[in-house]
Write a protein that binds this ligand. Structure first.
Ligand code: PRP
Ligand code: URA
Length: 209
């Protein structure tokens, strides 16, 4: 079974409290999503392997460590996942970015794919899927499946807020995929929204409502 990591870091929790507030402006909301993504990226990459390297400083040889092995890719689920990309690549500038376009059919809540574009060597990369919300889990589960179908073997998911229903569904569908969240909320409402959540992440990032 996969592991669910809930980040209790005070900076993440503080920013999340402002993010949830319905009076927070689009500008501030967008900035906060980026900042939280950056802080979460820091925590979610703790286990990346390092290798020893010798670096010549102007003074002497320093025995240092650098990231080893697999290269990384960040894969946002459109639209709302886009809000997390800048924060992620600020932390991992060499990461490639793939995009998966999905929306939830409002009547069935099933994810519908409208875009899929990956770096050519995506199957060799450690992939971090980003989307602020894990609600029913339908979108993230489908995104992970599309990545697996493309040959990707190492995937982790990062969400700002998750519902227990979404976490359970993801763990059942993809027990090999670890989940990183800033908050695990109470439940979903009848419209598939996370309670208390923060509302519609895409609309709040892009100002479309
Ligand atoms: C939201 C959110 C997730 C999805 C989560 O996207 O950004 O992708 O819902 O719900 P789920 O876990 O039940 O699938 P939405 O479908 O509203 O599209 P948008 O990002 O374009 O606004
Ligand atoms: N998508 C959102 O943007 N918010 C929710 O609460 C659930 C799905």
């Amino acid at each position: 079974m996969s592991t669910v990591h809930v980040f209790e870091h005070p900076l993440i929790q503080h920013k999340l409290s402002i993010l949830r507030d319905k009076t927070t402006s689009v500008k501030e909301f967008r900035e906060l999503v980026g900042e939280i993504a950056m802080l979460m990226c820091f925590e979610a990459t703790r286990d990346l392997p390092l290798e020893d390297v010798a670096v010549e400083t102007p003074v002497a040889t320093a025995h240092c460590r650098r990231l080893a092995g697999k290269k990384l890719a960040v894969v946002p689920i459109l639209r709302a996942g886009l809000g997390m990309v800048d924060g992620m690549v600020a932390m991992i500038p060499s990461a490639k970015v793939g995009h998966i376009g999905l929306y939830r059919d409002p009547s069935t809540l099933e994810p519908v794919k409208y875009y899929f574009k990956m770096p050519p060597d995506i199957e060799e990369r450690e992939v971090i899927v980003v989307d602020p919300m894990l609600a029913t889990g339908g979108s993230a589960i489908a995104a992970v499946q599309f990545l697996k179908d493309a040959g990707v073997r190492h995937i982790r998911c990062m969400h700002i807020i998750a519902a227990p229903e979404g976490v359970q569904a993801m763990q059942k569908a993809h027990p090999d995929v670890d989940i990183f969240v800033a908050a695990l909320d109470e439940r979903l409402n009848d419209h598939g929204y996370i309670v208390p959540g923060l509302g519609d992440a895409g609309d709040r990032i892009f100002g479309t409502k």
